[in-house]
Ligand binder design. Structure first.
Ligand SMILES: C[S@@+](CC[C@H](N)C(=O)[O-])C[C@H]1O[C@@H](n2cnc3c(N)ncnc32)[C@H](O)[C@@H]1O
Length: 140
C-alpha cells in the first residue's frame, strides 16, 4: 500500500492489526512512485482526484504505466460530476466514466465503469465514478 503520508499508512496498518504484516507499506508520492516490481492490480480510491493540474495528472499516469504490468488492471475511483467539489478541504477534479477513461488515455481498455453514491461514516453522501481498466499487453 502506498501513500504520501506516513501517518495515513500508520492508521491503515493499525486497522489491519496482524494482517498488516502481509502488506508492503510504501511512503511515496503517486506522481513519482517506483515500486520494487510491477504490480498486477493498481487500486486508487480518492487519490487521483486530488490532482487538479494537468502536469500532475500526467506524472501520476506515467507512474501508473511504470508500475502496472501489461495485462494488469487498474481500479480508479474519483468524485463524480455530481460529487463534492472538495475532499478533505482540497479542491478536486471530478470525472464521469467517459472523462476518466479519456484522461487515462491510450493503452487501456474499459472493463467496467459506473457511478455509485457512497455515504461516509458521518452520513455525508459522496457520488463516486469508478472505472476498471485493463492495460493492453501491447502497451509497453
Ligand atoms: C481521501 S483519502 C483516501 C484514502 C483511501 N484511498 C480511502 O479510500 O479511504 C486520500 C489519500 O490520498 C493521499 N494522497 C494525496 N495525494 C497523494 C499523492 N500525491 N501521492 C500519494 N498519496 C496521496 C492522502 O495522504 C490520503 O491518505
Amino acid at each position: 500500500m502506498a501513500d504520501i503520508s506516513a501517518a495515513a499508512l500508520s492508521v491503515a496498518r493499525s486497522r489491519l492489526a496482524e494482517r498488516g504484516a502481509q502488506v508492503e507499506w510504501v511512503v511515496g508520492d503517486a506522481r513519482h512512485l517506483r515500486l520494487r516490481e510491477p504490480v498486477d492490480l493498481w487500486h486508487d480510491r480518492a487519490v487521483f482526484h486530488f490532482l487538479t493540474e494537468s502536469a500532475d495528472q500526467d506524472a501520476y499516469l506515467s507512474t501508473l504505466r511504470a508500475n502496472l504490468a501489461p495485462g494488469g488492471h487498474v481500479v480508479l475511483a474519483t468524485f463524480a460530476q455530481t460529487g463534492p467539489t472538495r475532499c478533505s478541504g482540497l479542491l478536486v477534479q471530478r470525472y464521469d466514466v467517459a472523462g476518466l477513461v479519456e484522461r487515462v488515455g491510450a493503452g487501456f481498455e474499459l472493463v467496467r465503469g459506473f457511478e455509485r453514491r457512497h455515504v461516509t461514516p458521518a452520513g455525508a453522501p459522496q457520488d463516486f465514478t469508478h472505472v476498471v481498466l485493463r492495460r493492453l499487453p501491447a502497451d509497453v
